[in-house]
Design a protein around this ligand. Structure first.
Ligand code: HAM
Length: 416
């Protein structure tokens, strides 16, 4: 074959896409309950938007972005995540002037040039939410609770919510110094990536999956022990609200995020079914990002989740929650007259919002019945040449196997 989908990209084929549709419908209904409205931003933006928000020293900016120069010699990047574009749109359209708290959700493809593996792609799909305009810890809890509820409602049976606070520019430098001091004698033994992290962003060493690095960091000082008074109060309040909402969480002092814009609350939901790429969704506060991108100081919080990873887990759990939508009726025909009748009947039924289909390949009755079965049709209407002459047809219930003769004029009424 001449052309193949690029490494790390994938097609969502018809026998998969219904799962995506059902998943998206469920998500949208949950977003509406929490009063979030959809935003759609472009899939490419100025490169500088991402370098400034995600952070120069992150893996994403250092080695994963799809960046190119357009005809006008501008540096453009395919979005590696959604938050930066949403904040850019929030500022560009003065959304904060219309409402002090703006609650948004989005779906979309993201692009990262990572080494593909199970649950890790180069073009992947996220859903995410961003709430811009409040520093209130009750909002953190509502959003974390929503992420957990999504997992439950779509049918993820096993997941764990990890929670941490990664402080603010007041308390972080104190921890950073302590961490550097702790690691100084050990840095020769960490992996090459961690050597770079040690120089540029030591907190990120906690995110290393390599055992030798994790072992060396076992007793390292953690951010949570160095929080300033305000961050500590905020963290305590978030936990209180979470308990009030009966959301189970696991305090994980080693949880750090791969993007630099976070302050205070950081959280992730993980599933052990996923293997090494075990994070279903991640997010947290980014109280300084709006200002960093040119706005007035505006606190914000959000999260995003990998759709492919959700689908993967649901598949491993045998997809209990996702059922393919069936067509109500398949019309099997024999002879030209029956075919003409079927064509008009399909039109009338569809006008009444009844999903149906018929044969376009002039197949035998047996082959048409097989097709109806493959299509998962609820019922089959069989119109043979003889029946057509008598104005009759046979209606078969595909689940029970029951058959009855009905008048051709009765079909719409019976199915309605
Ligand atoms: P992130 O942790 O980089 O955060 O990504 C969120 C989720 O996207 C991950 O937990 C994972 O499920 C999925 N994901 C990330 N990379 C890949 C990949 N290469 N292949 C498949 N799935 C992937 C963000 O993107 C932040 N913008 C989240 C956020 C929103 N924080 C505040 N608001």
């Amino acid at each position: 074959m001449k052309h193949k989908a690029l490494y790390g990209t994938h097609d969502i084929l018809p026998d998969e896409s219904f799962k995506w549709q059902s998943f998206e419908d469920k998500l949208k209904s949950i977003f509406v309950l929490y009063n979030y409205k959809e935003i759609r931003t472009p899939i490419f933006e100025e490169t500088e938007l991402f370098t400034r928000s995600i952070g120069q020293e992150t893996d994403i900016v250092q080695k994963e972005m799809y960046t190119f120069f357009d005809q006008g010699k501008r540096s453009i990047t395919l979005r590696p995540e959604g938050t930066a574009g949403v904040v850019r749109a929030y500022l560009e359209h003065n959304l904060g002037e219309k409402s002090p708290l703006v609650k948004l959700f989005y779906f979309g493809s993201m692009f990262r040039q990572e080494r593909p593996q199970k649950g890790r792609l180069r073009q992947f799909n996220q859903f995410g939410i961003e709430a811009i305009g409040s520093a209130d810890p009750s909002l953190d809890a509502e959003i974390i609770g929503m992420a957990a509820r999504i997992c439950q409602e779509v049918g993820i049976t096993e997941f764990k919510l990890h929670l941490n606070s990664i402080g603010c520019p007041v308390c972080r430098p104190v921890h950073r110094d302590k961490l550097l001091e702790f690691m100084r004698g050990k840095v020769g033994d960490v992996c090459d990536d961690c050597k770079t992290r040690f120089m540029r962003n030591p907190l990120r060493m906690f995110d290393c999956k390599k055992k030798e690095c994790a072992d060396l960091l076992k007793d390292a000082p953690v951010m949570i022990d160095f929080l300033c008074e305000e961050c500590r109060t905020h963290y305590r309040q978030v936990k209180n609200y979470l308990s009030g909402l009966e959301v189970n969480y696991f305090e994980d002092p080693r949880l750090v995020r791969g993007l630099d814009y976070y302050t205070r609350t950081a959280f992730e939901i993980k599933s052990s079914l996923l293997g090494s790429q075990d994070t279903l969704c991640g997010g947290g506060r980014y109280d300084l990002l709006v200002e960093e991108l040119g706005g007035t100081p505006t606190p914000a919080i959000g999260f995003a989740a990998g759709m492919e990873r959700f689908i993967l887990v649901l598949q491993m759990q045998k997809d209990l929650m996702i059922e393919e939508k069936k067509i109500k009726l398949f019309i099997a025909t024999l002879g030209d007259e029956a075919k003409v009748f079927a064509s008009k009947l399909c039109k009338d039924l569809r006008q009444k919002n009844i999903a149906c289909d018929t044969d376009y390949l002039q197949r035998s009755l047996k082959a048409q019945m097989k097709e109806a079965n493959r299509q998962n049709a609820e019922k089959v209407l069989i119109i043979g040449e003889e029946e057509m002459k008598k104005g009759k047809a046979v209606l078969r219930d595909m689940q029970t196997g029951e058959q009855k003769e009905i008048g051709l004029g009765e079909v719409e009424q019976i199915l309605d």
